[in-house]
Ligand binder design. Structure first.
Ligand code: BGP
Length: 475
């Protein structure tokens, strides 16, 4: 069918996204090992930002039980199919495949689980989109090697990728190497298993870990293409669109500097080399990245096919240190934007910012983009008749899709698809809560882990079904 320039392209990948540790549960079933998410009690990101050597008091139910997708996946995929999903983004729990991370052979039972899950998706014509490591890794690698501090992790990760690419080459075409890889410099435990020691230079440790991950990612991209030349392997970055607080050029410069700390990751992934601004940054700050001979070639040979990114909100940055009107609860901090409303968790809602972000990324790289996370975390109310009228979520998503459409149809941005986050309610990464919900599908479970786990359709379910059926024409 002919593509029309005022519409989303034919074959646009409408779907939704989840991550293994936030939905599967069954944390010690089927030979699965313990992951970093399994030892991160309560809100994984909030409680494990910096120094995490030792037990943190809290509930373990979030990743241990989650929404028990492990045992409910058939019914859940059937619901996604009912909405007409073209794709489903999930991650593979590394610890189901390599329980401690350094075994020679993969765990067959873990591989089988994802065979079954992908088969179930494909049965309905749903294309799996797989994140290889989404905010978790084997805890064994943390204890034995210091996680991504160690160069050895590159080989363990590449072995893991080889097991996946080989096993699923006929089932999975779209991959992403690390979820929000740029988060490592913000809170190093969850994305990279790094436990900072007292007095350590956080940047030195995080950027060395990041180098190992970037090398591992590049090797994975090359290997994945060798195993299946048709595969599309992307990176995944958290896109933190930032505005200057004022038109003071100093504020603009502050934004540029902040954005560079994030662009560094996509620059290396897409262009295949370290940008000069980052090399200078390392020099100025006495950060010394140990590279092995051949690393530059590896980065060059493993450029990604597309950029996956998350976009939830925008930020406001000032050149002056300030805590005024700080947007509490927002993982990235920043100043309150008087023109925008915020979610109950302080995430500033900015649909037009999505259009700007798409343009920024496309102008900079000219590679296909994939919006793999977007959505509104909100508290849903179940009415007496069981209905859930989440008009606020519909409103958020509608406005973002409108802007996304402008980026595609007016600005000519090449966008592969859209997978709103937490299409089925799951555990929040930053707070460990169940009450912060994103889904079209409601899961009966409360913050303390109580509930029947029964699934039900929210109002947004039928709304999104129609969006997909009309390829984004009826919003
Ligand atoms: C992203 C993560 C996800 C997800 C999402 C929403 O940063 O990739 O794993 O959870 O944010 O965040 P939260 O769950 O904290 O609301």
């Amino acid at each position: 069918m002919e593509n029309k320039i005022n519409q989303f392209p034919e074959g646009f990948l409408w779907g939704g996204a989840v991550a293994a540790n936030q939905c599967e549960g069954a944390w010690n079933v089927g030979g699965k090992g313990v992951s970093t998410a399994d030892v991160a009690t309560g809100g994984a990101v909030d409680k494990h930002r910096e120094y995490t050597d030792g037990v943190i008091e809290g509930k373990y139910y979030p990743s241990h039980e989650a929404i028990d997708f492990y045992n409910h996946y058939k019914g859940d995929v059937a619901l996604l199919a009912e909405m007409g999903f073209k794709c489903f983004r999930t991650s593979i729990a590394w610890t189901r495949i390599f329980p401690n991370g350094d075994e020679a052979e993969p765990n067959e039972e873990g591989l089988k689980f994802y065979d079954n899950l992908f088969d179930e998706c494909l049965k309905y014509g749903i294309e799996p989109v797989v994140t290889i490591s989404h905010y978790e890794m084997p805890y064994g690698l943390v204890e034995k090697y210091g996680a991504w501090r160690s160069r050895k992790l590159v080989d363990f990760y590449v072995n893991y990728c080889e097991a996946l690419f080989t096993r699923y080459k006929d089932k999975v075409k779209y991959w992403m190497t690390f979820n929000e890889i740029n988060a490592v410099a913000l809170f190093p435990f969850i994305p990279a298993g790094i436990k900072l020691k007292e007095g350590e230079n956080k940047e030195q440790v995080s950027y060395q870990a990041a180098h190992h991950q970037l090398v591992a990612s590049a090797k994975a991209v090359k290997l994945g293409h060798e195993i299946n030349p048709n595969s599309k392997i992307g990176c995944m970055i958290l896109y933190p669109l930032a505005y200057p607080e004022t038109c003071n050029p100093k504020d603009v410069q502050a934004v540029n500097e902040m954005m560079n700390t994030h662009y560094f990751f996509s620059d290396v992934h897409v262009r295949g080399y370290y940008p000069n601004y980052q090399k200078r940054y390392f020099e100025r700050n006495n950060i010394n990245i140990e590279m092995e001979a051949g690393d530059e070639e590896i980065l060059k040979a493993g450029k990604v096919d597309y950029i996956g990114f998350s976009y939830y909100m925008s930020l406001v940055i000032s050149s002056k240190p300030t805590d005024k009107n700080s947007t509490a609860g927002n993982m990235l901090g920043g100043i309150k934007n008087p023109y925008l409303e915020a979610s109950d968790w302080g995430w500033q809602i900015d649909p037009e910012g999505l259009r700007t972000s798409l343009n920024n990324l496309y102008d900079r790289y000219q590679v296909p983009l994939f919006c793999v996370e977007n959505g509104l975390g909100a508290i849903d109310k179940v009415e007496e008749d069981g209905s859930i009228n989440d008009d606020y979520r519909i409103d958020y998503l509608r406005k973002h899709i409108v802007e996304m459409k402008k980026a595609v149809t007016i600005d000519g941005v090449e966008l592969m698809g859209y997978t709103p986050w937490g299409c089925i309610d799951l555990i929040s990464a930053s707070t460990g809560e169940m009450k912060k919900r994103y889904g079209f599908i409601y899961v009966d479970k409360d913050n303390d882990g109580n509930g029947t786990l029964e699934r039900s359709r929210k109002k947004s379910f039928n709304w999104y079904k129609n969006v997909i059926a009309t390829n984004g024409e009826e919003l």
